[in-house]
Design a protein. Structure first.
Lengths: 486, 502
């Protein structure tokens, strides 16, 4: 990651990024470009550097912000019509932490409205194009962020992952994308999709960049009662590694004096990596399965062990996910009523009309679909049959992962069943679109971290990605182990 | 036909925590501009998450213990969904499945016990004001902590409904968890009433009268419903299960909406708040902070204070606490006040007892409280800043020693509340006002002699000696005048009789 210094000014870095953003304007990556604000901040940092004052770990680093993070710079729209005109008076905790280290937001990125989708086609601002093939989708919902990093406009971008919204677009665009352990990074100030599965994460070009961002953004936040006490920067021993079969930890601290970055500090050897038998079938693209096999061979050659796992409960993940998540979505979207902020339909004589028209005009079809599913599964008489049952399935899935991680250190799976698909190919077929998430959602239900690792390209030149999964709080190990897959 | 009314009551109590249930904004919006006590969390901006206020949990424990309730170590929050402009999130955060306060009971002054089903924590809604073509909404009240207390259907008369609500109010005020201002909606009652033929085991169809905010309206609305439903049943008609509103002016209830069209609240576990897990030790420590309750005062003061006086005083926790301090020094000096609300006194773990010799003091002070203080125009103001127990005890002592006449006692008592006089001590105030009675016999004798030497008293002296008893009053009056009112009239009369009989 290029950080501003006396030779390379922050202003230069920011201006380059802005120029690239404009150059790639037809990819529809940004919903807002922060030209004035970014340059002003860059100059402030350069002034500090010139005076020899201390600057942060991300001094002058341009980044892209998924447009569902609140900050006073630009409107926060979540790519939804109903939030149009909304400028936030508050700043999300994650944004505040990045900016405290000197990172500079050059723009807000496009997403499926309210993060509902797997292609960024459900955006009020239209789809973002794939970095490698302009006829294909960027993936989603964090499509804009993934493409911004893939096209090298910015050093990193923020994302949110409720069921694959970081990992799948990362895979479609050939970059690293991390969905951390649930509760690792504060959700305060991030437009909620589904509270119990939403995770804040990043897109980067290298594992080391990911580590640096995680060390900055993670940690407990009094504004988000679901955050975990900071483990990312404290659990140096990573003692859970190798707990499988009672073996001794495999990541050992080689240089205890410098713990600020894990690069070169740890060396992984002899890890057990699980692969899931059920995912090796015809519904998964042949080239992806081939990529997985090749990576397994690579790992074996480096002294790691590949273990076949049976995880039968994962087959319930997608169904459970599409009950629990819409329920929380319907609830979390209740606040968008046209009363206090955002869009309000003019055409309303009475209160019921105001709600009716504002929400009908303000939400995208996919938003409405999820609101309807959510309200249905929560309605009196159906709660036990749907929501409660899905909650039980979720418990099974959590246990399935716990069981798996008593046998292996990591699990390696495809991210999605296919590489980037064509624009318009699935947007009118909700079920086909939901199936995009079949291998990613179980992680969100279980709260375990997953990292998309680039794994070559298809014959036609589309990026392929694999998903490295670890037990809760193993985020740092995932990032370190990703280097073994290079 | 004769019917047995069965009544259950839900009561909402606004807690007087420093900040709101889910944000760090001032929870006391009294006298403040609309929408001035609102945080981005209360306003439900996107991405805002609730932050649970620990004080509300502690208050819930106190409220629960005040009603002899079990405190559930494990509880959690749920979302109750409905669209209305007073609800910024589009849902209320409440405890539908696992409330923090479990079963208990409230004992009425009559001795009747009303069981509590449970009570739970939840956030209040905002307030709408309707105009001709528009409505305004004030979010100051949004997420003020409430506890909703749900009784069992143990109430069978309008009078008991009244007494139950009043006793709940007293319990919550004594526990120090609410400002208890009914006029401003600090406590609101929903009354469920059904009638069944006497002797019948099945309950009738119930109607619910919502949003009553005085004990009198609870009693009147309940009476009205009992009459209304009896009449319907007598005519062979059915009672409709519905929500009814009460009009105080018209003295009647009217149907609002029936349960058939009841809303579906789509309850769901609140995913933004982890479950509340309390340790036994924490609950015990917090429970021990419960101040003295009406039942404690009733049993301790049964001899010293007349029941009627006691029941009046029980409406004023501050006064009862003061009497408690006077009664036994172990309760001294533990009052701490946040604005008008008593909080955090010495818990009731130490049993309240009236110490030897303090009964007459308690009796005198309690009478002064009811007959003098509460009759004052400024009594509400005075209640917020009571004189010290020491000053009041001294006042009672001076009265007992006849250093103060009963009139002077009342006068000095009121002066103890005067901000100008505060802290000077009872004796000093009495002296300054020249109200201390002359009890020194030697001094009194001298004054009597001066008066008897005056020519204008000679006739009266002769009349008394001739057997005209009543002129003694004139002579006492002359001595009182000479002493500028400070002489003890009883003692003066004794000296006069003594002198004139020689």
């Amino acid at each position: 990651m290029k950080i501003a210094n006396k030779k390379v000014t922050a202003e230069r870095l920011v201006k380059d990024a802005l120029a690239k953003a404009k150059h790639f304007a037809d990819y529809n990556i940004f919903t807002f470009l922060n030209e004035e604000g970014a340059i002003k901040k860059a100059r402030e940092i350069d002034a500090k550097i010139a005076k020899g004052e201390k600057v942060g770990k991300l001094a002058g680093v341009p980044y892209a912000l998924k447009d569902n993070f609140l900050s006073p710079e630009g409107e926060t729209t979540a790519s939804a019509h109903i939030l149009q005109g909304f400028t936030s008076p508050v700043t999300a905790t994650a944004v505040a932490k990045l900016e405290a280290e000197g990172a500079i937001m050059i723009g807000r990125t496009n997403l499926d409205a309210f993060a509902h989708g797997s292609s960024t086609e459900n955006s009020y601002f239209g789809p973002t194009l794939n970095a490698f093939d302009r006829e294909r989708v960027a993936g989603g919902s964090s499509g804009g962020s993934a493409v911004a990093v893939a096209l090298d406009i910015v050093e990193f971008a923020t994302g949110t992952d409720t069921g694959g919204s970081i990992r799948q677009p990362a895979s479609f665009n050939g970059v690293y994308g991390l969905k951390p352990t649930y509760g690792c990074i504060s959700r305060y100030g991030v437009v909620a999709m589904a509270s119990s599965t939403d995770c804040i994460g990043f897109f980067t070009k290298t594992p080391d960049d990911m580590d640096l961002l995680m060390s900055i953004a993670s940690g407990q936040d009094s504004k988000d009662m679901t955050t975990l006490p900071d483990y990312y920067n404290t659990e140096l021993e990573r003692s859970h590694l190798g707990h499988a079969q009672g073996r001794s930890p495999k990541l050992t601290v080689l240089d205890e004096t410098s713990s600020s970055s894990i690069s070169n500090n740890h060396k992984a050897s002899g890890c057990r990596v699980g692969i899931i038998k059920d995912f090796d079938n015809d519904s998964v693209d042949a080239e992806i399965r081939q990529a997985l096999k090749e990576k397994c061979e690579l790992l074996k050659s480096k002294g790691h062990e590949i273990v076949e796992l049976e995880m039968p409960s994962l087959k319930y993940a997608l169904s459970a996910y599409y009950i629990i998540v819409p329920a929380e979505v319907a609830s979390n979207l209740s606040r968008y009523d046209g009363i206090r902020y955002g869009f309000r339909s003019d055409d309303s004589a009475v209160l019921d009309d105001l709600y009716d028209h504002t929400r009908s005009e303000g939400f995208m079809p996919e938003n409405k679909r999820r609101i309807m599913i959510g309200n249905f599964v929560l309605s009196s008489g159906f709660y036990d049959a749907y929501f409660l049952k899905a909650a039980k399935a979720r418990t099974l899935i959590i246990k399935e992962y716990e069981k798996a991680f008593s046998k292996v250190d990591f699990i390696l799976t495809p991210v999605a069943p296919n590489p980037a698909f064509k624009l318009g190919e699935k947007v009118n077929d909700p079920v086909a679109m939901y199936l995009e998430d079949v291998m990613s959602v179980s992680l969100n239900l279980a709260g375990v971290p997953g990292l998309t690792v680039p794994a070559g390209k298809t014959k036609t030149g589309l990026p392929l990605g694999l998903q490295l999964v670890g037990p809760r709080r193993s985020d740092k190990n995932l990032i370190e182990f990703a280097k073994e897959l290079k | 036909m004769k019917y047995l009314p069965t009544i259950g009551i839900e009561c909402h109590v606004q807690l007087c925590t420093k900040t709101k249930l889910f944000s760090e904004v001032d929870n006391d919006a009294r006298g403040k501009e609309p929408n001035s006590c609102v945080s981005p969390i209360d306003y439900a901006l996107p991405g805002m998450l609730p932050r649970l206020n620990g004080e509300a949990i502690r208050f819930a424990i106190l409220a629960g213990r005040a009603m002899n309730c079990k405190i559930n170590l494990h509880s959690r929050f749920d979302r109750k969904h409905y669209f209305y402009p007073d609800s910024p999130k589009g849902y209320q955060i409440t405890q539908f499945y696992q409330p923090i306060i479990g079963a208990g009971y409230v004992e009425l002054p009559s001795g009747t016990k009303i069981r509590i089903e449970h009570a739970h924590l939840e956030g209040d809604a905002g307030k709408l004001t309707h105009f001709d073509t528009y409505s305004l909404v004030d979010f100051n009240r949004v997420d003020t902590p409430l506890i909703e207390i749900v009784s069992m259907p143990d109430i069978h008369s309008a009078k008991d409904a009244h007494d139950y609500c009043k006793e709940l109010w007293r319990l919550m005020c004594h526990a120090g968890v609410t400002y208890g201002d009914l006029y401003n909606g600090n406590m609101r009652f929903d009354v469920n009433i059904s009638l069944a033929p006497e002797g019948s085991k099945e309950l009738g169809t119930r109607a619910e009268v919502k949003n009553l905010n005085s004990f009198r309206s609870v009693e009147r609305a309940t009476s009205y419903e009992i009459k209304r439903q009896s009449k319907l049943l007598d005519q062979g008609k059915k009672v409709v299960q519905e929500t009814r509103g009460w009009s105080d002016a018209e003295g009647k209830t009217t149907g609002q909406r029936s349960k058939e069209e009841a809303k579906d609240y789509r309850y769901m576990p609140e995913p933004d708040l982890p479950p509340i897990n309390l340790s036994k030790e924490f609950v015990e420590t917090e429970s021990a902070k419960l101040p003295l309750m009406p039942s404690d005062y009733r049993s301790a003061f049964s001899d010293a204070v007349k029941p009627d006086t006691l029941e009046i005083l029980l409406d004023y926790p501050q006064l009862m606490q003061k009497l408690g301090e006077i009664a036994s020094p172990s309760h001294l000096g533990h009052t701490s006040l946040r604005s008008s609300v008593p909080r955090g006194f010495q818990g009731r773990s130490a049993k309240l007892m009236v110490l030897d010799g303090m009964a007459s003091t308690i009796s005198l002070i309690s009478n002064l409280f009811t007959s003098v203080l509460l009759a004052e125009e400024k009594s509400a103001e005075y209640l917020n800043d009571l004189p010290s127990a020491k000053d009041l005890i001294e006042l009672a002592e001076m009265n007992e020693k006849k250093e103060l006449s009963s009139t002077a006692t009342k006068e000095v008592f009121l002066k103890l509340f005067d901000p100008q006089m505060k802290g000077r001590g009872t004796k000093n105030i009495a002296k300054e006002l020249g109200l201390i009675q002359e009890n020194d016999l030697g001094a009194l004798e001298k004054i009597v002699d001066v008066v008897l030497a005056k020519p204008e008293t000679q006739k009266a002296q002769n009349d008394f000696k001739a057997g005209e008893e009543k002129v003694i009053g004139f002579l006492v009056g002359q001595v009182m005048k000479e002493s500028h009112g400070k002489a003890n009239p009883g003692a003066v009369q004794k000296i006069l009789r003594d002198r004139l009989s020689k």
